[in-house]
Design a protein. Structure first.
Length: 115
């Protein structure tokens, strides 16, 4: 298994796989990222992230049944593994911990609507 750290985009892809379960495949993941984040995303970037996540053991994939809509081709469906769940939990805990350590005064008076 390669490194166990999650990059920001990898984390986003992993979260979207969970959101789309059980129908998370390359194109649906890309479309959901665009919908949820208003961010332009190339399908190649999604496939690269999926490959890295699979190499790290954070996702697994299986082929669906063939469909008429896809000309008899099957989709590669992704799901989160136990290791992937632990990685998401670790990132979530770290982000929350760091956010909770920011003193109130550091954020006081900031114009957040300008972001």
């Amino acid at each position: 298994m390669k490194g166990t750290q999650l990059g920001e985009f990898e984390e986003l892809v992993l979260l979207i796989i969970g959101v789309l379960f059980p129908d998370a495949y390359g194109l649906s993941i890309r479309e959901e990222i665009i919908k949820q984040t208003n961010r332009k995303v190339a399908i190649g970037a999604v496939h690269s992230a999926l490959s890295r996540l699979q190499d790290k053991g954070f996702v697994k994939s299986d082929l669906s049944d063939a469909t008429h809509e896809r000309g008899g081709r099957r989709k590669r469906l992704f799901s989160i593994t136990a290791e992937g769940k632990r990685a998401l939990e670790k990132n979530h805990e770290l982000r929350n911990s760091l956010f909770n350590q920011i003193p109130e005064v550091a954020l006081k008076g900031l114009n957040l609507s300008a972001i």
